[in-house]
Design a protein around this ligand. Structure first.
Ligand SMILES: C[S@@+](CC[C@H](N)C(=O)[O-])C[C@H]1O[C@@H](n2cnc3c(N)ncnc32)[C@H](O)[C@@H]1O
Length: 172
């Protein structure tokens, strides 16, 4: 994004973790030194912004990390977006018909104290929540699909499992 924009929009980059913001700032400075970005360490569940303050919200695999509080994250997005504003919510999506989904659900429930793992990665269920909150239009822009490889850092192993990566485009 920092590479592509030609005008100079007001961008806020936020994360709960100050170190993540520091890392992003350094990286973006190299890509586009002219980008005007305000970095704010804050909790997405309780954002320090006025209602209808933003035209667009982007999450690049960020929202699934807050999925235990999923409806609250989507409500905050709705609150700070102007009318007809967009959420671009990039996620890994899996089918609830696949065996991997059952695996994901049982590991997350047993080991991660996760009450509702299905809302992390099943498209219809994620969109249902957006809709209930009041968002009006939904589109899925697929980025790619693949089979998971072994990664020792995976909390829930994905090796051999089918998954898609998509941007869910949601309009207020
Ligand atoms: C997978 S990373 C996002 C990666 C990032 N989009 C990128 O491309 O580098 C998830 C991030 O969510 C942040 N996070 C988790 N809970 C949060 C919350 N409640 N509010 C704000 N950020 C949160 C974590 O600190 C972590 O940096």
């Amino acid at each position: 994004m920092a590479e592509k924009f030609s005008h100079n929009p007001n961008i806020v980059s936020l994360d709960l973790n100050f170190a993540a913001l520091k890392y992003n700032r350094k990286k973006i400075k190299k890509i586009n030194p002219k980008a005007k970005i305000t970095y704010i360490a804050c909790d997405y569940l309780n954002l320090p912004f006025k209602n209808s303050a933003f035209d667009c919200i982007t999450s690049y695999y960020g929202f699934p990390n807050m999925a235990q509080s999923s409806p609250r994250v989507m409500q905050e997005s709705y609150r700070i977006l102007r009318r007809k504003g967009l959420v671009l919510d990039t996620r890994i999506l899996v089918s609830d018909k696949d065996e991997y989904y059952n695996q994901l659900k049982s590991i997350a429930t047993a080991n991660m104290n996760f009450p509702n793992p299905e809302i992390v990665s099943v498209e219809q269920l994620i969109l249902q929540i957006y809709k209930k909150i009041g968002f009006s239009e939904f589109k899925n822009e697929k980025i790619g699909e693949s089979i998971g490889e072994f990664n020792e850092l995976d909390i829930i192993p994905m090796q051999g499992q089918k998954f898609k990566s998509s941007v869910l485009i949601i309009k207020k």
